[in-house]
Design a protein around this ligand. Structure first.
Ligand SMILES: *Cc1c(COP(=O)(O)O)cnc(C)c1O
Length: 372
C-alpha cells in the first residue's frame, strides 16, 4: 500500500469493546492476569507494553518499512538507547555537525562510560572511509544535517559501516519517512525525534527507533526501552498517532513552502548563503535528489553583516516565531549560535528557519520586511 494509506490505517483498528472508530487512551498502568496466571491480552505493566504504544510502534514500523519499532519519551531517549546498546571500548563515529544534543550525549555522558567517540564531515565519503576503525561499532548519520543541511550518501556510508561489522543508524528526523527511507538504503535503524515533523504541532515530545530486522541488536534496544523506562505516556502515543495520519500531506506542503522561501532568499542581496538541498546550487543537491523524494521545510541562511545583522533580522519578523525546535504547522526562526553557546561551531550570522504551513507568500512578505 502507498504511504498515504499506511499513514491513515497502520496501527488502527475499530475498538472491539466499544466500536469506537478511533482508539481510546489506555491510562491503566497495570493489566489483569487470568486465574491460570496467563496475560490474555499480552499486556502486564505499562512500562513494558501498552495498547497505545503498541499501535504507535506498529504504525512507525510500517511507515519506515521496518520489521519493528520502539517508541521513547524523547528523541534523545531514543538516541541514548542506541548508545547504551554498545560496550565500553566500542568506537562511535558521528557527523561533525550532528544535532547538538547527540554530540553532547555521546561526548559528555558516554565517553566517561567508555565509548570512544569521534566526528567526521560525513558529506565527504573519503573522510568517512578514513575515520572508520576496526573497532567502530556504530556509524551515526544525520541527513539533512543540522543546521547546515549537509547531505550524506546513506547507501555509501551504510556499506562502509557494514564492512567492519558496524551498525549504521540514520537520524531521519528532518526528512521523515515521507521524504527518505534509510532502511531501504541499507541502514540498520532509523531514528526520529517525533517531537518534530511526526508530531507536527509543537505539542508533544517523543522519539522512536525503527529496525530493518528484529535482530539481537534490536532486542537489546527493546530491553533497554522496557527496563530503562524512558517510554512515552499513553496520551503522547495517542497524540502522535493522530498526528501521523496527516504526515504525508503536511510534508508535501512543507516541501512546497520550503522551496518557495529558499528561492526568494537566494535572490536577496542581504543574504550571503542559503542552505537548502532543494536548490541546484547546494553541494549535496545531486545526492539529495537521488535519495530523497522532497527536500523538506528546513533551511538556514547566512545574513550579510554578521551576528548582529542576523539577530536584527530575527528581531523584526512578525509571522515567524523566534523559537527553537522545528516541524510544526507554525514557522519558526532561530539564531542557532547563541542557543548552542560558546562551544558552538555554527556560523554566527546563521539563522535557521522551520518553514510551516502558512501561505508561502505571507512568509516571504514577512522575511522581505525583516531583511529590509
Ligand atoms: C530535536 C532533535 C533531536 C532530539 O529530539 P528531542 O525530542 O528534543 O529529544 C534529535 N535529532 C534531531 C535532528 C532533532 O532535530
Amino acid at each position: 500500500m502507498q504511504l498515504e494509506t499506511r499513514a491513515v490505517h497502520a496501527g488502527r483498528q475499530v475498538d472491539p469493546a466499544t466500536g469506537a472508530v478511533m482508539p481510546p487512551i489506555h491510562l491503566s498502568t497495570t493489566f489483569e492476569r487470568d486465574a491460570d496466571g496467563a496475560y490474555p491480552h499480552g499486556y502486564i505493566y505499562t512500562r513494558s507494553g501498552n495498547p497505545n504504544r503498541q499501535a504507535l510502534e506498529q504504525c512507525l514500523a510500517q511507515l519506515e518499512g521496518g520489521a519493528a519499532a520502539a517508541a521513547f519519551s524523547s528523541g534523545m531517549a531514543a538516541t541514548m538507547a542506541v548508545l547504551q546498546a554498545f560496550q565500553p571500548g566500542d568506537h562511535v563515529l558521528l557527523p561533525a555537525d550532528v544535532y547538538y544534543g547527540t554530540r553532547k550525549l555521546a561526548q559528555e555522558i558516554f565517553r566517561p562510560w567508555g565509548l570512544a567517540v569521534s566526528t567526521v564531515d560525513m558529506a565527504d565519503l573519503e573522510q568517512v572511509r578514513a575515520a572508520i576503525q576496526p573497532q567502530t561499532r556504530l556509524v551515526w548519520v544525520e541527513t539533512p544535517s543540522n543546521p547546515l543541511l549537509k547531505i550524506t550518501d546513506i547507501a555509501a556510508v551504510a556499506e562502509m559501516a557494514h564492512r567492519v561489522g558496524a551498525r549504521c543508524v540514520v537520524d531521519n528526523t528532518w526528512a521523515t519517512p515521507v521524504l527518505q527511507q534509510p532502511l531501504s538504503l541499507g541502514a540498520d535503524l532509523a531514528m526520529h525525534a517525533t517531537t518534530k515533523y511526526l508530531g507536527g504541532h509543537s505539542d508533544l515530545l517523543g522519539g522512536a527507533l525503527i529496525a530493518r530486522e528484529e535482530d539481537d541488536f534490536f532486542l537489546r534496544i527493546r530491553e533497554i526501552q522496557a527496563t530503562g523506562g524512558a517510554v512515552p505516556s499513553p496520551f503522547d502515543c495517542w497524540l502522535l498517532l493522530r498526528s501521523i495520519r496527516t504526515l504525508p500531506y503536511r510534508m508535501r506542503a512543507h516541501c512546497h513552502n520550503g522551496l518557495a522561501v529558499a528561492r526568494f532568499l537566494q535572490e536577496h542581496p542581504r543574504v550571503e548563503a542559503v542552505h537548502y538541498p532543494g536548490l541546484a546550487s547546494h553541494p549535496g543537491h545531486t545526492v539529495a535528489a537521488r535519495q530523497m523524494q522532497g527536500f523538506g521545510g528546513m533551511l538556514s541562511i547566512q545574513v550579510a553583516g554578521g551576528a548582529d545583522a542576523a539577530m536584527a533580522v530575527a528581531s523584526r519578523v512578525r509571522l515567524f516565531t523566534r523559537a527553537t525546535s522545528l516541524g510544526g504547522v507554525e514557522s519558526l526562526i532561530e539564531h542557532r549560535a547563541s542557543v548552542e553557546g560558546p562551544a558552538s561551531t555554527t556560523p554566527p550570522n546563521l539563522l535557521r528557519l522551520s518553514v510551516g504551513l502558512e501561505h508561502p507568500d505571507d512568509l516571504i512578505a514577512d522575511l522581505a520586511q525583516a531583511l529590509g
